[in-house]
Design a protein around this ligand. Structure first.
Ligand code: MBD
Ligand code: FE
Length: 282
């Protein structure tokens, strides 16, 4: 049986009461946001005739997400992270701070405190024998194209199995996580291994939500970056490796055309040395 009670005075009074509108103290902003949030949810319950069983199923799912620290994983899956980025892009466009490498989401797998190096760092510990060696080189420039000497470049990515150190206890500490300070020309070089894509763990609460929507939980192979320097706006971005089946079908909505990079295969030690890359090459 469907009933409609949302519009009644009793429910409207109830919402004001829950949100603390008739109480001193607390935060006005918190009260207004909670009022709006609960109003929208109560209306949704009315409109969709949400049953008690459905409501408690949702509560159990939220508890499972929380107890396994998975809301940070579901969040990009539900597009919140990308939506916040879209808003920040619009703010930057209004402030005329555009034209640089696009931002994209951080994701839930950054860990602070990675080892620091100047100009060059090797990111991997050499233990991933299935993986192919990769070099990343770049130059940090401001939006006018002027190099930023000493810019801080934080890089993190997963191994050839899609697992990130720290979250995967079998890996060494800070494996494939480094902070490189760019040289006097704003340049940095990293040696590492080519990461694979990432998949939401099968059966995890995030997977349950995605499956209910008929969606997958796959991300294409990617490399995360934070770029920062004093007096400059912080940049959070990623490189997406071209040719991955999920490049434009990312469950986290984090890939962007301009961030898709075609790797260049280096065929010989001579070529690597000519490019100034650090060995060993075997
Ligand atoms: C990842 O590696 C990631 O970058 C995001 C955004 C979500 C889940 C796993
Ligand atoms: Fe990631």
């Amino acid at each position: 049986m469907t009933v409609k009670i949302y519009e009644t005075q009793a429910v409207q009074d109830f919402l004001n009461s829950i949100s603390g509108f008739d109480q001193e103290g607390g935060s006005e902003r918190a009260k207004k946001i909670m009022h709006r949030f609960l109003s929208d949810l109560f209306k949704l319950i009315d409109d969709f005739d949400v049953t008690q069983e459905e409501y408690w199923t949702a509560v159990n799912l939220l508890n499972a997400l929380g107890s396994q620290t998975q809301f940070g994983l579901l969040s990009p899956g539900l597009g919140f992270d990308h939506y916040l980025d879209m808003r920040q892009d619009a703010i930057d466009a209004e402030a005329k701070r555009t034209g640089s490498t696009p931002r994209t989401i951080e994701g839930p797998l950054y860990v602070a405190g990675a080892p620091e190096a100047e100009g060059f760092a090797r990111l991997d510990d050499g233990s991933d024998l299935d993986a192919e060696t990769m070099w990343l080189t770049g130059q940090v420039r401001d939006i006018d194209g002027t190099p930023i000497p000493g810019a801080k470049v934080e890089i993190w990515h997963c191994n050839s199995k899609g697992n990130y150190s720290f979250f995967d206890p079998t890996q060494s500490e800070y494996n494939m996580r480094r902070t490189i300070y760019a040289d006097s020309e704003g340049r940095y070089t990293a040696r590492s291994i080519i990461p694979s894509g990432y998949g939401v763990p099968e059966g995890a609460p995030t997977d349950v939500v995605l499956k209910a929507l008929g969606r997958h939980g796959e991300r294409p192979a990617h490399i995360h970056y934070f770029i920062s320097a004093p007096d400059y706006q912080h940049l959070t971005t990623q490189i997406n490796l071209a040719g991955d089946p999920y490049t434009f079908d990312d469950f986290a909505f984090a890939t962007r055309e301009e961030l898709v990079i075609e790797g260049k295969h280096i065929e010989s030690v001579a070529e690597a040395e000519k490019r100034g890359l650090e060995g060993p090459f075997t």
